[in-house]
Design a protein around this ligand. Structure first.
Ligand SMILES: [Mn+2]
Length: 347
């Protein structure tokens, strides 16, 4: 595969993090395949999430130390938290498979198209990472992930973690039917291959319908509100959530709604959350995810560039979150400096 010339962030072709572009069927085993899903047909209010994938890709170019100019490729860079050094691998492990082609106005056709694209990446033995798109995307993406995994293991089971300010567990959303960004979690809960579900970061509404509460109790689903996260701690609650969804399953799918973080940090989204988690709290949580090998699929949803006031901070936030989750998979890292050596500079 030809290497891209090294160019500054404002120049050159737009792929996520300067990854080589390829078809979903071409992502190598063990790699990570980026899937753009430009969808916003079925949202309640502010639309424009279809522009999200391009905005996140553009924003990622600034952070493209991977194929970019910012880091000498052979020397790598030092992580000052643990003293490890990360380098770009000789053979790339991150690929951008482009956008799903979506038939506007047909939820069934959209669901199928998204599932097919994600299945192709998954069948390769690669990790699919989706760029939304509104928060309907986890349902069709999970369908494709399950179909791809079931090629290898017929009785494949998957846990589901929703990092989100909202439950999105309605059976039907008013005037919008059963397939949209307020019902996707309910559709997922109905799939026979899905094990435990958990929600982390709930804040947008401190309410739940009694019937949804009963469903959670019956199925052993758990939720963590911003209040409980602050009371018990980010580390304790995110690890507990990941442990629960990893129990008795073959893999875990994690979705990240950008409104997990307070609207002050990420205004470019559909359902602004106030008094939400800080950027620091959210990054502390997502940095735990790579410790869990069970996590084999990830998406970021509800990034809405038209409302992203303040120089594209929401797009940048989305790109950072993705790199926090997949960084260890796409770079070669090795422990190099001791805590004592680090302390000579970083105190
Ligand atoms: Mn949400």
């Amino acid at each position: 595969m030809p290497q891209l010339d090294l160019v500054h962030h404002y120049s050159g072709p737009i792929t996520f993090y300067r990854a080589p572009a390829c078809a979903p069927e071409e992502v190598p085993k063990g790699g990570v395949g980026i899937v753009g899903i430009p969808l916003d047909s079925w949202t309640l209010g502010r639309n424009g999430q279809r522009m999200g994938p391009r905005a996140i890709r553009e924003s990622s170019l600034y952070l493209a130390a991977y194929y970019g100019l910012q880091v000498p490729l052979d020397e790598g860079y030092i992580n000052v938290a643990d003293g490890s050094v990360s380098r770009v691998p000789a053979e790339p492990r991150l690929f951008d498979t482009g956008d799903v082609r979506l038939h506007q106005g047909d939820a069934e056709a959209q669901t199928r198209a998204i599932a097919d694209h994600v299945r192709k990446v998954t069948e390769q033995g690669a990790m699919p990472v989706m760029l939304g798109g509104d928060h309907y995307i986890p349902y069709p993406s999970l369908l494709g992930f399950i179909e791809g995994m079931q090629q290898v293991k017929e009785d494949f089971k998957v846990g589901f973690l929703n990092l989100d300010g909202h439950f999105d567990l309605w059976d039907e959303f008013r005037d919008m039917g059963r397939y949209n960004h307020g019902t996707f979690a309910r559709r997922i809960s109905e799939h026979p291959a899905v094990g435990k579900m958990a929600w982390w970061g709930l804040n947008g509404t401190h309410i739940i319908e009694p019937q949804q509460f009963d469903l959670c109790r019956e199925k052993g689903y758990v939720g963590y509100t911003v209040d409980s996260i602050r009371r018990r701690g980010v580390q304790e609650t995110i690890r507990e959530a990941l442990d629960i969804v990893s129990e008795g399953v073959d893999a875990v799918y994690v979705t990240f709604d950008i409104d997990t973080v307070d609207g002050a940090y990420a205004p470019g989204t559909h359902s602004i959350v106030v008094d939400g988690l800080t950027a620091h709290e959210v990054f502390e949580a997502v940095s735990v995810i790579p410790e869990y090998e069970s996590v084999q699929a990830f998406d970021v949803a509800e990034m809405l560039p038209q409302y992203d006031v303040g120089g594209g901070r929401t797009a940048r936030f989305s790109a950072h979150v993705i790199l926090s989750v997949i960084g260890d998979r796409i770079l070669d890292s090795s422990p190099t400096y001791s805590q004592e050596e680090l302390a000579q500079v970083f105190r």
